[in-house]
Ligand binder design. Structure first.
Ligand code: NAP
Length: 357
């Protein structure tokens, strides 16, 4: 990890960003429905939009929550602190004989970047088309889909510490990428704001089309065919947050011991699984939730989506309490029937910050 190295930024030797006291509106209650895709009409005490690193704010009052496009965060009640919305923009592309090298600012939209790379003939991210959210959010949970994940091409993540203003760079190894996991999820990283993500895409592109729906493309599809198929499948399966509030998959797909799986198979003959390693398998959370009859189940204005039960939706001005109730019912039922602990993939934000189910 490098401290104080500000790649590509005109800091002329500075080791830190100077932080500015923003005029923080003390009149409470900025409505948040447009700041998170679940659309609950909860409020925050303050919202600050970060468009340039030179405007890094000093937040002295109350808790702070760093937000991208709000596609993986749900404000389940009024938040008593400051929401820092990261809107840093910029994409730099260079190349070597073998690689395309990309450096992207945290506020850029992930899918827009993938689309742009496709038009430039830069391939590798096509399996991750239509994953919602920003570049800044991508390394935190090491986004992945259809057999590919960010960790395969992410080389460096730049951050700035919101308490000290110190700039750092984390190599891919230091990021500790795992299955939908990274260093940036740890509590000690709470003050690190991701500012830029670096990725390398080999010019020699190899397709990844081993996952269900992609197998139909055969063994030598083009990157464009993979991109189009992923977009088609996701559009058909997942509700559009522009039409119905949601935050994508609500729960993670659980990884369980193989012997636990074999014992479940006695009772649930058709339970699916995918190998992880010799001792573990991954079970689709959607199958567990569906089997317990939650598809279409509603509590107030919140529902378990009919075609993808892993997605909970805000279909009629629901509330955070209704969402928590439905999510807890699902979690408890899965625990009771399958002895599996479902973990939420989305971040639930309460009055003082992140809360647990
Ligand atoms: P899906 O395709 O029905 O898959 C459900 C689960 O089965 C996932 O855990 C998936 O593994 C696993 N799986 C399916 N086919 C597999 C194969 N051939 N080999 C190994 N594992 C296989 O899931 P979905 O909910 O409709 O989502 C589609 C894709 O988008 C999945 O790859 C999912 O992981 C991804 N996704 C990513 C995010 C994110 O990055 N935040 C959020 C939502 C969905 P994987 O988990 O390894 O894919």
């Amino acid at each position: 990890m490098y401290h104080g190295l500000a790649i590509g930024l005109d800091l002329t030797g500075a080791l830190k960003y100077t932080r500015h006291i923003q005029s923080q509106r003390n009149t409470l209650l900025i409505e948040l429905s447009n700041y998170h895709t679940f659309g609950f009409r909860n409020h925050a005490a303050r919202v600050i939009q970060l468009q340039q690193l030179e405007q890094l704010p000093v937040v002295s009052e109350g808790p702070l929550y760093i937000l991208g496009e709000g596609s993986n965060s749900i404000f389940v009640e009024d938040f008593a602190g400051t929401v820092l919305k990261v809107s840093l923009k910029g994409i730099e592309i260079s190349e070597t004989d073998d690689l395309f090298r990309i450096r992207v600012a945290a506020g850029e939209n992930w899918h827009d970047l993938v689309t742009m790379l496709m038009t430039k003939g830069i391939y590798g991210a096509e399996n991750l088309a239509l994953i919602p959210g920003t570049l800044g959010a991508a390394p935190i949970q090491n986004i992945g889909a259809y057999g590919r994940e960010l960790a395969e091409f992410c080389t460096l993540v730049e951050t700035v510490n919101l308490t000290t203003g110190v700039v750092s760079c984390f190599t891919a190894t230091e990021c500790q990428f795992g299955y939908r996991d990274s260093l940036f999820k740890r509590a000690e990283m709470a003050s690190e704001l991701i500012t830029y993500v670096h990725m390398d895409f080999p010019k020699h592109w190899i397709p990844q089309c081993s996952y269900g729906e992609l197998q139909a493309l055969g063994s030598t599809p083009t990157a464009q065919q993979i991109f189009d198929k992923v977009v088609e499948v996701r559009r058909a399966k997942l509700p559009d947050p522009g039409k119905i509030g949601n935050a994508g998959s609500f729960f993670k797909n659980p990884v369980i011991q193989r012997r636990h799986f074999l014992s479940l198979q006695h009772e649930w003959k058709d339970i699916p699984c995918y190998p992880v390693d010799e001792e573990h398998v991954k079970v689709p959370a959607a199958w567990l939730i569906d089997r317990l009859g939650f598809k279409g189940k509603t509590i107030g204005g919140v529902a378990c989506h009919l075609s993808q039960p892993l997605v909970l939706v805000n279909q009629a001005e629901g509330t955070g309490d209704e969402l928590l109730q439905l999510a807890r019912n699902i979690k408890q039922s899965v625990k009771k029937e399958f002895s599996i602990d479902l973990e939420n993939e989305v971040r639930l934000i309460g009055k003082q910050g992140q809360i647990c189910l």
